[in-house]
Ligand binder design. Structure first.
Ligand code: HPA
Length: 277
């Protein structure tokens, strides 16, 4: 067995010892969005320190635990805290949560993050459905020997985010009466926020939002054949010609203001899944 596969197996075994459910979906909760786990009927909470090969989550606003249970009737696992490349983690480590949820049986990934809005129409507190992504991290978790058991050598990326789920998310926002943006997410390495010139570049390249995560996880999820829904909370507006300072604390506070909208979408989309085969 290749090294990655054996690491995933031992991580999955550790989780199975504490929870014997089969998750329908795995949810990765980004900066300041961990409160979404309060919606889950919790059956097990597992600290990352108890999962073999899992690094500790050190990023601001990331708790570092796995919550297992159900959302409505649907079994889920939610990761309160993710691994970023800017923390020094490799792209493979950043995508371990996705590999783990897949090994436990999840075929669906819901991923959320905090992001800067480079689309001039966006406002702080908006939620954006990620319709496509640009990888400016210059790193990819699939570099190296491919394990054909996990997925193909050259995964297709023509539609990483599921169109039916995007439509469902849009319907939920409409029926709940809030604005849902839809756009392109560009991932940068971080940890610095961008300069004016970099935000301008991101916009010129076709991005609507800029962040420091998500792309490695989505690449691994598509490699594994998972269906993906991605949501960004716009925590700061990045107009290159009128840029104000951004701090990590501002980003967390803004993420909290959008949590309610995010929750409605995640709940609605996950609860549309069949609870069992
Ligand atoms: N840039 C990168 N990552 C971010 C930003 C940003 O402006 N805001 C929140 N995460």
């Amino acid at each position: 067995m290749l090294q990655l596969a054996s690491q995933i197996e031992s991580a999955a075994d550790a989780v199975r010892k504490q929870w014997n459910g089969t998750p329908r979906a795995g949810i990765i909760l980004g900066s300041g969005l961990g409160g979404l786990a309060n919606e889950i009927s919790i059956e097990a909470e597992i600290d990352y320190a108890e999962i073999p090969h899992f690094p500790r989550a050190s990023a601001l606003g990331h708790r570092g635990q796995l919550v297992c249970g159900s959302l409505g009737d649907v079994p889920v696992i939610a990761f309160q805290g993710r691994f970023h490349l800017y923390e020094g983690h490799s792209p493979q480590q950043a995508s371990l949560p996705v590999r783990l949820m897949r090994a436990l049986g999840a075929e669906n990934l819901v991923v959320s993050n905090a992001a800067g809005g480079v689309n001039p129409r966006y406002q702080v507190g908006d939620v954006m459905l990620i319709e496509d992504q640009i990888n400016l991290m210059f790193a990819n978790p699939l570099v190296g020997v491919n394990d054909d058991q996990l997925g193909p050598r050259f995964p297709d990326m023509s539609a990483p985010y599921d169109a039916d789920w995007m439509q469902l998310a849009a319907e939920i926002a409409r029926s709940e009466n809030f604005v849902l943006r839809q756009g392109v997410y560009v991932a940068m390495l971080g940890p610095t926020y961008e300069t004016r010139a970099e935000y301008r570049m991101a916009r010129t390249l076709g991005a609507d939002a800029v962040g420091m995560s998500t792309v490695p996880e989505v690449l691994a999820a598509r490699h594994a054949g998972m269906r993906v829904l991605g949501l960004s909370t716009i925590t700061n507006v990045c107009s290159p010609d009128a840029l104000s300072e951004t701090t990590g604390e501002d980003v967390l506070a803004a993420a909290a203001t959008a949590a309610d909208k995010l929750l409605k979408i995640v709940r609605g989309v996950v609860e549309s899944l069949p609870a069992k085969d």
